[in-house]
Design a protein around this ligand. Structure first.
Ligand code: ATP
Ligand code: MG
Length: 304
C-alpha cells in the first residue's frame, strides 16, 4: 500500500460572512495515496473545485488541515508552499488559460522559467514534452491558433513540464467533443499507468469518473460516498452505482477506508483534434465555470 500523498482533516471552507456566508466545505477528512487516480464528482456547486483548490494548495482552508506527505501545509512558509506546488503539482484547469500572446512552447516552459531553469534546458525539455503529446509541430504557433483539443494538450504539456507527482485536472474534458475528450483521457491515464502519477480529477463525466480507481461523491460540501474499484463503465453508469469492489456511503467527518487499487485501461497515442475549447486569455485566474472567483497570484501566469 502506497503512502498518503495528501491528507485532510476536518477541512472547512467558508466563503463570505454574515448574511452572505456560504459553507462550501463542511469538514472533510480523507486521504489520497501516491499513485492513485481519484475522481471528485457531484452536482454543480457541491464544492468540487473548492476542494481541489485546497488540495492543490491554491487556496487556504477556513479551518482544518491539509497535509502533504505527512506534513501539515500550515507549518510551511508561503515560499515553501509555492515551491512545493511548483515542484510537485501539475494543473490542468480550464480557467488557467494559455497566454494568447505567446507561442505554445513559451507557454509550456513557463513553469521552468519560474523555477529558474536555463534557456537551453527549458527549450529542450519543452520540446521533449510537446513531442510526447504529438504537439511538437505546433511549438512555434501562437496559443490562440490551436484547436480545442490541441489547447488542452498544450495545457497538459505545461502541467507535465516539471514532472509533477500529482496532476490536478478540473473538468479536463468538459469543453471537448467525445473523441478529443477520449484522447485527453488516454493521455492522463497513460501518465498514471506509465509514470505512477497521482491523478485527481474533477469531472461531470461518468465514464471518466468510472475510469478512475476511486470516486469521491460530493454533496453540499460533504463527501457522501467514497467508492473504490473499477466502476461499471457504461454510458448510464453513475457514481452511485455499486462498483465491483464495492462502495460505501460515508459522512462528512469519517476517515475513509483505504482504496482498492485496480489498474484501469489506458492508451498513449494522442489522436485527432477537436473544436475550440474556450478562450485563451493572458493572465488567467478570472471567474471560473461556476462564476466563483478563482485564486489569483498562484498560477504560473501570474508569477511570470
Ligand atoms: N469565491 C467565492 N465566494 C462565494 N461563494 C463561492 C466562491 N467560490 C465558490 N463559491 C460557492 O461555493 C460552492 C461550491 O463551489 P465550487 O466551485 O466548489 O462548486 P463545484 O462543485 O466545483 O461546481 P461546478 O460543478 O459548477 O464547477 C458554490 O455554491 C459556489 O457558489
Ligand atoms: Mg467546479
Amino acid at each position: 500500500m502506497s503512502a498518503a500523498v495528501l491528507e485532510t482533516e476536518n477541512l472547512v471552507k467558508v466563503y463570505g460572512r454574515g448574511e452572505s456566508r456560504f459553507d462550501a466545505l463542511k469538514g472533510l477528512t480523507f486521504e489520497i495515496r501516491q499513485g492513485e487516480s481519484v475522481a471528485i464528482v457531484g452536482k454543480s456547486g457541491s464544492g468540487k473545485s473548492t476542494l481541489m483548490h485546497l488540495l492543490a494548495l491554491l487556496d487556504e482552508p477556513t479551518a482544518g488541515v491539509v497535509a502533504m506527505n505527512g506534513r501539515p501545509v500550515s507549518q510551511l512558509k508561503p515560499a515553501q508552499v509555492s515551491e512545493l506546488r511548483n515542484d510537485t503539482f501539475g494543473f490542468v484547469f480550464q480557467q488557467f488559460f494559455l497566454n494568447a500572446s505567446q507561442t505554445v512552447l513559451e507557454n509550456v516552459i513557463l513553469p521552468l522559467k519560474i523555477a529558474g531553469v536555463g534557456t537551453a534546458e527549458r527549450k529542450r525539455r519543452g520540446m521533449e514534452v510537446l513531442e510526447q503529446l504529438d504537439m511538437a509541430d505546433k511549438a512555434g504557433n501562437r496559443a490562440t491558433d490551436l484547436s480545442g483539443g490541441q489547447k488542452q494538450r498544450a495545457c497538459i504539456a505545461r502541467a507535465l513540464i516539471n514532472e509533477p507527482s500529482v496532476l490536478f485536472a478540473d473538468e479536463p474534458t468538459g469543453n471537448l467533443d467525445t473523441a478529443t475528450g477520449e484522447v485527453v483521457e488516454d493521455i492522463l491515464f497513460g501518465l498514471h499507468r506509465d509514470r505512477g502519477i497521482t491523478l485527481v480529477i474533477v469531472t461531470h463525466d461518468d465514464d471518466l469518473a468510472a475510469r478512475c480507481q476511486r470516486r469521491l461523491l460530493m454533496q453540499d460540501g460533504m463527501i457522501v460516498a467514497d467508492e473504490s474499484g473499477e466502476a461499471v463503465r457504461s454510458a448510464g453508469a453513475s457514481v452511485g452505482q455499486t462498483s465491483r469492489e464495492g462502495s460505501r456511503r460515508v459522512g462528512g467527518h469519517g476517515k475513509h477506508a483505504a482504496p482498492v487499487v485496480v489498474d484501469g485501461p489506458g492508451l498513449d497515442e494522442p489522436g485527432p483534434d477537436g473544436p475550440e475549447a474556450g478562450p485563451t486569455a493572458p493572465g488567467a485566474a478570472t471567474a471560473g465555470a461556476a462564476g466563483q472567483v478563482e485564486n489569483a497570484g498562484t498560477t504560473g501566469e501570474e508569477r511570470a
